[in-house]
Design a protein around this ligand. Structure first.
Ligand code: ZN
Length: 149
């Protein structure tokens, strides 16, 4: 990764942490689930409004480190207004990327590439995956709170 691109990714994370998108409880949400990362203390609640297999809206609330907040912010932005099937594909793309050793490709991965930076910090990987695993559980209609441990 070039230095410039790495800085760009960092700025994206900082921006999403300072100004989280889709933050706060969602009026009219019909699915809601908590996720917890005991390793770091990150605790999020994810809210989805799903109708007709479409994610009409996605919000999250909670508190956590910069990575967990930025990752959940980017995630809600990406899955909002997509179909449930498409959101599942985005989750798989994120999951594969975060566990891959291949360098991220900005064109192919877009904002997900910014999150791939945590691969260099194994203890932070669960911070980045928390919101996404909570999303995956919600898409599968699970009701047990998610724990990364
Ligand atoms: Zn964290």
């Amino acid at each position: 990764m070039t230095e410039d691109l790495s800085n760009l990714y960092q700025e994206l994370i900082i921006d999403h942490n300072r100004h989280p998108r889709n933050f706060g409880a969602l009026d009219g949400a019909n699915r809601q689930l908590e996720g917890f990362n005991p390793l770091c203390g990150d605790k999020l609640t994810l809210y989805l409004k799903i109708s007709d297999h479409q994610i009409a809206d996605a919000h999250f609330s909670g508190e956590g480190c910069a990575i967990s907040i930025a990752s959940a912010s980017i995630m809600t932005d990406m899955v909002k207004s997509t179909s449930v099937a498409e959101a599942q594909k985005i989750f798989v793309r994120f999951h594969d990327l975060i566990h891959s050793t291949e360098p991220p490709d900005f064109l192919a991965h877009g904002k997900l590439a910014a999150l791939a930076g945590v691969r260099s910090f194994p203890s932070r990987v669960k911070c980045a995956t928390l919101g996404w695993h909570t999303l995956n559980s919600l898409l599968h209609n699970e009701i047990t709170p998610v724990s990364t441990e």
